[in-house]
Write a protein that binds this ligand. Structure first.
Ligand code: AMP
Ligand code: FE
Ligand code: FE
Ligand code: ZN
Length: 270
């Protein structure tokens, strides 16, 4: 069985619509996928409708949380996408992310870059509501202010770059609680080893269920570290490509096997 538990659609900053993702996953030989968009569950319904059970779609999302040490992404798997508090969170996130983009655009003005929020929305994929830095980066490319998305991040949008503003949506603790209330499992996405070592006790005390371990560019030593820590702390391990579009290769080239993530599949009743 070939599985990818971390894929983004146009519901957030991915480049394929949820249904196109399902077709690409099938063409790429995947059996199970999780659509894990930033702060939204808006793509799940369309993906499930398109899948016709040929690809199993696990409902998920990726929370952008704010912690003392900066931004931490927490994945929620097997959540009920219709859970009211979760929907309230995503509606709030749409507004806050829109205001953040407005603020970042204002910070670009001193560099002679004038792009409006409407232009960013118009240049985004149809249907995009959950705006983020990639949408700004693509608008800067389209308008000729930079040559590539990487240049946009390096010069302006990266975590330490001059136009950056943090997403201030939710704490890790509250995200974990919301995931549990929505019937799901909470997994720390792409953890940095240094942060993990320092923070793991607190996250476990807040109810964390798992750590994302298998990723396209993860080093063998990081994988061994996360596997060992997970087994010591009774956490599940998960894996996924964090795929946003064709520039990251072909969907399905990276996958995990059912045996790698058995505990999560069992807990989700798969
Ligand atoms: P945001 O959630 O708005 O802070 O944007 C974060 C997203 O930007 C990540 O999920 C990636 O999709 C993308 N991203 C972050 N850093 C880079 C980078 N250096 N180059 C290209 N995309 C990036
Ligand atoms: Fe992203
Ligand atoms: Fe992430
Ligand atoms: Zn992601």
């Amino acid at each position: 069985m070939r599985i990818d538990l971390h894929i983004h659609s146009t519901a957030s900053d991915g480049s394929l619509s949820p249904s196109a993702l399902v077709w690409a996953a099938r063409a790429g030989g995947l059996d199970i996928i999780a659509i894990a968009d930033h702060d939204t569950v808006a793509g799940i319904g369309e993906a499930r409708a398109a899948s016709q059970d040929r690809v199993h779609v696990i409902p998920a999302l990726e929370f952008s949380t704010t912690h003392d040490c900066g931004e931490v992404h927490i994945l929620g798997y097997f959540i009920d996408p219709a859970y009211s508090d979760l929907l309230a969170y995503t509606l709030d996130a749409v507004e806050k992310r829109r205001e953040r983009v407005r603020g970042m655009l204002a910070r670009l003005a001193p560099y002679g870059i004038s792009v409006t929020l409407d232009e960013v929305v118009q240049l985004a994929e149809p249907g995009t509501r959950m705006l983020g830095r990639p949408h700004i980066a693509r608008a800067l490319v389209r308008r000729g202010f930079v040559q590539t998305v990487s240049e946009a991040f390096d010069r302006f949008l990266g975590d330490s770059a001059p136009a950056f503003l943090p997403t201030e949506l939710i704490s890790p603790r509250n995200a974990i609680e919301l995931i549990h209330a929505a019937g799901g499992l909470a997994v720390w996405a792409h953890p940095r080893i240094s942060t993990l070592e320092r923070e793991i006790d607190r996250f476990v005390s807040w109810g964390l269920d798992g750590l994302e371990c298998y990723r396209p560019n993860a080093s063998a030593s990081d994988i061994r570290f996360i596997e060992a820590l997970s087994s010591r702390r009774g956490l599940m391990v998960t894996g996924g490509s964090d795929w946003h579009g064709a520039w990251q290769g072909k969907l399905g080239d990276f996958y995990v096997n059912g045996s790698d993530i058995e505990a999560l599949l069992d807990a989700g009743g798969i």
